[in-house]
Design a protein around this ligand. Structure first.
Ligand code: FES
Ligand code: MG
Length: 574
């Protein structure tokens, strides 16, 4: 590098000017007590914070940000923390997913419009990870991810109990008459007893793992619990590292290559990760210009063995995963299947990061030769019921139902489902195929996590715990069951799912990747011609969303948000 000429810093377009506007930019920032020399051209690091008390999983992020700042200062940078829209999975209605793309716009414009040279993304609860990754990718500055970490293991009556997964299990026990409501409620304070995200391999832990597998976070990002002081240390190291990344000008697009996404897909299969990763990875890839298709998840992931014995598919929880060695130990095990040369944010390759990663518990992290579940990655099924595909997670399904033929029991909405499912006169048994419509991106709107419909009590009482379920909805990453999800096109977009009727025979054949509605092409065309689009929202975000959201097989981003605009310095504000 030419030592005579200091490197251009984007932030100097604000703070480096000797004119009226330079005065404005510097003087107002100084009202927070910063000395003048912090504006001398050192890297300015934006800390993009999704802290919110309404996003309980990210409730500890103000403290975490302080440790990032320590690291930034140590490395000679100047940290400036800023808030963005935070999406809390457990509180937001109708579903946090409705706002993922909105939050990503907030992130993108907050980064581009401000004097920032590099960004640290503080991510935790499910949608906060993809929204920040998507928004930052559309700017493509040097960027590093830091996840908030999972909660400590839930402990109920002396036993481990997992976020979400335990709720689904126990609520089914209540419905089957095996547990009282009072017993169920008494678990509320026991399941979630520390800061952090769901401690099962739900969507938050899956996405934290994806960030690490993509090379976008420092090693061990995924599994260190929020309450473990090593999380703070990781935050400090992340702060140090982003300053170096700015100096080395390592942009997001150099990390997020096609190879990185292939690594993420394979890793997701190896950890038994959430089906939500499909939609989020497709959307992130779309922003950074990587050609990724729904089919890639099946091609690259479905033959990969699941080697992680974690709920919802297995037994253990994220705290156990951390103590067993965390994600580096998993990636070491599948390293021959990965692109080892892929660059990561610490400047090293995936191979360099994980080649010697130790495993301390082989019951938690299994080996490829002795897996927890063979060939258990996400499968993509197609047929006249889902011409653009639908997904199923075989590791969360019942083996005997992966090939199944049965009559449809149709619910036009989730409200209709709730109103009917407990009715003893409902014509349904364990061979039926439950079909739920109008829960896709446009239909709900926002593609709610309702695809794992609870079973009817009369089936539960026989001791049966799984049935085939099909919908255009998503499913919580903490859920399980033989659930075909994300059917595309969705019902509300006039997909064939919209015209399934009670009693129609449906065939699911996962080994053959088939999802077939057994009616003639003529009958299907006749029914579709009679179909009427549901009423659309008239104003505001809902209207913009429903009019522009893409279908699930494309990642459910808004059509006009796909791609990026870089981070050129915008025009003067005064
Ligand atoms: Fe926030 Fe599970 S609800 S991570
Ligand atoms: Mg979830």
């Amino acid at each position: 590098m030419d030592s005579e000429k200091p490197p251009f810093r984007r932030s100097q377009a604000w703070f480096g000017r000797q004119d009226r506007d330079g005065f404005v930019h510097r003087s107002w920032i100084k009202n927070q007590g910063y000395p003048h020399d912090l504006l001398d051209g050192r890297p300015i690091i934006g800390i993009c914070n999704t802290w919110s008390e309404l996003t309980p999983c990210n409730g500890h992020f103000r403290e975490l940000a302080e440790f990032v700042k320590r690291g930034v200062y140590e490395a000679g940078g100047f940290p400036l923390e800023f808030p963005v829209m935070s999406l809390g999975e457990t509180q937001l209605r109708p579903t946090a997913m409705l706002f993922r793309n909105l939050a990503s716009m907030d992130v993108e414009e907050s980064i581009r419009g401000n004097p920032i040279d590099g960004v640290v993304l503080l991510m935790g609860c499910d949608k906060t990870t993809p929204s920040l990754m998507m928004g930052a990718a559309s700017c493509d500055l040097p960027t590093i991810g830091l996840s908030g970490g999972p909660m400590l293991n839930g402990k109920f009556r002396g036993k481990d109990v997992g976020s979400g997964t335990g709720v689904w299990q126990m609520s089914e026990m209540v419905r089957a008459g095996e547990m009282t409501m009072a017993e169920f409620s008494s678990c509320e304070s026991d399941m979630h007893r520390s800061s952090g995200t769901c401690m099962t391999m739900g969507t938050a832990s899956t996405m934290a793992s994806m960030v690490e597998a993509l090379g976008m976070a420092l090693p061990e990002n995924a599994a260190i619990p929020a309450a473990d002081t090593r999380r703070k240390r990781l935050a400090q190291l992340t702060g140090r590292r982003i300053v170096e990344m700015v100096k080395q000008d390592i942009k997001m697009s150099q990390i997020l290559t096609r190879q990185a996404f292939e690594n993420a897909i394979r890793t997701n299969a190896a950890i038994g990760g959430s089906t939500n990763a499909v939609i989020h990875l497709l959307a992130i890839a779309g922003r950074i210009g990587v050609d990724l298709k729904l089919e890639d998840f099946d091609k690259l992931g479905s033959e990969v063995n699941n080697i992680l014995n974690l709920q919802p598919s297995g037994k253990y929880l994220m705290e156990d995963f951390c103590y067993a060695g965390g994600l580096p130990a998993v990636m070491r095990e599948i390293l021959p299947m990965l692109h080892g040369d892929a660059l990561t944010v610490n400047g090293k390759t995936i191979r360099e990061n994980v080649a010697n990663a130790p495993c301390y518990n082989r019951d938690v992290i299994k080996t490829v030769d002795d897996p927890f579940m063979p060939a258990a990655g996400i499968a993509v099924v197609r047929g006249n019921l889902a011409p653009n595909g639908a997904v199923i997670k075989p590791s969360a399904a019942s083996k005997h139902l992966l090939q199944h033929r049965g009559p449809a029991v149709v619910f036009e909405s989730i409200e209709e489902f709730h109103a009917k499912i407990d009715d003893p006169d409902l014509d349904i048994d364990e061979n039926s195929v439950m079909v739920l419509k109008n829960c896709g991106p446009r239909g709900y709107p926002g593609m709610a996590e309702v695809g794992n419909m609870p079973l009817p009590p009369k089936v539960l009482k026989k001791g049966i715990t799984d049935m085939v379920r099909i919908s255009d909805a998503r499913m919580s990453g903490t859920a399980y069951g033989t659930t075909v999800l994300h059917t595309s096109p969705e019902a509300a977009a006039g997909g064939p799912l919209a015209v399934v009727q009670n009693g129609d025979m449906i065939e699911l054949n996962v080994p053959e990747r088939k999802l077939h509605l057994e009616i003639s092409d003529e009958e299907l065309a006749r029914r579709l011609a009679l179909w009427k689009s549901p009423e659309k929202p008239k104003r505001g975000w809902y209207k913009l969303y429903v009019e522009t959201v893409q279908q699930a097989h494309l990642g459910a981003d808004l059509d006009f948000l796909v791609g990026g605009s870089g981070a050129a310095v915008p025009r003067d504000s005064h």
